[in-house]
Ligand binder design. Structure first.
Ligand code: ADP
Length: 435
């Protein structure tokens, strides 16, 4: 660049000296002109030779300038293909590079922008500032609020000036980050679950301990009170046992959820057998249980399933219908009406005439420990885990649970399980599965 300026200066001087007199320029004017040309040439050559400033971002090549972009060559090609978001920030705080994975998350990640305008999270800003200042690698977490809250874990490495030819002559901070929102949500769910389960167990336990103290104390010589208190303690102990059983059941099902059951079953037959076992409970509760399934007439509804787990689902739904339906009401167990959301599935519905479930609570009843009315559920011996277990069992079967309910009009719970077409098509297998 400097040599070009020297050549231009020399050429302009020669032209002035050669043609100046022809244009009537006097010697004084010619000397002044030559001096001016030399002065301009000198200023231009000094400017061209000046090193790129560190603070003003001049070291940054403009975005999209091809070979001038950092990083370069193989390093750039590798980072472009990296699935993990990655930013390279110059020591002046301006973004040198954002790989496509980072750009997919951060719209403002344009080379040349200051890093504080790309991620404003204080934890990120402070961490990068510190790394630039002390040159130490660091690991930190930060949260982005848009469009929804997301938590990221980041690792930042300091690359001193000139340590890698591909990253240029100024120091860079390489920040790599990963979305950990799912892990964080899972951790939160797990700790909420443990807190809920402990609370559910602690309540009956506290009651049992209280009664033991009373029996040891002022009820020591009162046989009538002893009888009553022992009855309450028995109920509380049973409640604890149900809860432990449900917790164990939930954890077993979760463990096997990815393993699809492979035993051929007739869903209608299984449903009518499970429902028939509930007649004593229904009559005790003064509920009319109607089984409207006739496997012999309708033909088999073949599925691949786990007999015990599906029976547990049906018993839980019928038990709920009896419990929440209330005395004098009817509970029907029938083949589900076709539903376009579940093509190629067999379905069984359990329908009650109970109080129904408010619209906003319908999606929540399958959450662990969610109860519309906690006191009523506990009075009726509920653990708040039945529908959560149902959902997991159906998910293991690649099926689904549909809940239709209106307050004051009752509820309809339908289980859907994919049909097993091959078995239906083969009479030989059909006969085998009935045995
Ligand atoms: P629970 O042990 O409390 O019955 P579930 O998981 O089986 O737990 O059900 C969760 C909640 O859903 C119940 O507490 C109840 O509020 C509501 N629920 C379930 N089945 C019915 C139903 N057939 N009618 C009205 N509400 C129901």
């Amino acid at each position: 660049m400097r040599s070009v300026i020297y050549i231009l200066t020399a050429a302009a001087t020669s032209l002035l000296v050669a043609f100046g007199p022809a244009f009537g320029l006097g010697p004084a004017t010619l000397v002044a002109g030559v001096l001016l040309i030399f002065l301009l040439g000198y200023v231009a050559s000094v400017l061209a030779a000046m090193p790129a400033s560190r603070g003003g971002g001049a070291a940054l090549p403009p975005a999209g300038s091809g070979a001038g972009e950092l990083p370069q060559g193989l390093g750039r090609a590798l980072l472009q293909r990296l699935p993990t978001p990655l930013l390279v920030i110059g020591e002046d705080g301006r973004l040198t590079y954002a790989n496509p994975a980072a750009q997919a998350i951060l719209r403002a990640a344009v080379p040349g922008s200051h890093y504080t305008t790309i991620i404003r999270a204080p934890a990120f800003v402070d961490a990068v500032e510190e790394i630039i200042a002390d040159g130490q690698d660091a690991t930190f977490g930060f949260t982005l609020m848009q469009p929804q809250e997301r938590f990221f874990e980041a690792r930042a490495a300091y690359l001193p000036a000139g340590s890698a030819a591909e990253f240029g002559s100024t120091a860079q901070v390489i920040v790599q980050f990963e979305d950990r929102s799912r892990d964080k949500a899972l951790l939160r769910t797990r700790s909420d679950f443990i807190a809920n389960a402990s609370h559910e167990l602690r309540t009956p336990l506290a009651s049992i301990l209280g009664y033991i103290e009373t029996l040891q104390g002022h009820a020591k010589d009162d046989p009538e009170a002893q009888e009553r208190f022992l009855g309450i303690m028995l109920n509380q102990a049973r409640r604890m046992r149900r809860l432990v059983d449900d917790l164990m059941s939930l954890s077993r099902i979760e463990l096997n959820e990815h393993v699809r059951p492979d035993t051929p079953l007739d869903l209608y037959r299984l449903a009518s057998e499970s429902a028939a076992a509930m007649f004593p409970l229904a009559s005790e509760a003064d509920v009319i249980l109607q089984i409207e399934l006739d496997p012999a007439a309708s033909g088999p509804a073949m599925i691949l399933g786990d007999r015990d787990q599906l029976s547990q689902v049906l018993v839980n739904l019928i038990d709920n219908a009896i419990k929440y339906g209330g005395p004098g009401q009817k509970v029907r167990v029938c083949a589900a009406a076709p539903d376009p959301r579940y093509p190629a599935h067999w379905g069984v519905s359990v329908i009650d005439q109970g109080p129904g479930i408010a619209r906003e609570n319908v999606p929540r009843v399958t959450e662990r420990f969610f109860r519309v009315s906690p006191a009523r559920s506990k009075d009726l011996g509920g653990t708040g885990l039945g529908l959560a277990i149902t959902k997991h069992i159906l998910s293991r079967h690649r099926g689904g649970l549909d809940i239709q309910s209106r307050q004051g009009e009752g509820s309809q719970f339908t289980i859907w399980v994919p049909r097993c077409e091959t078995l239906e098509a083969s009479p030989e297998k059909k006969a085998k599965s009935r045995n």
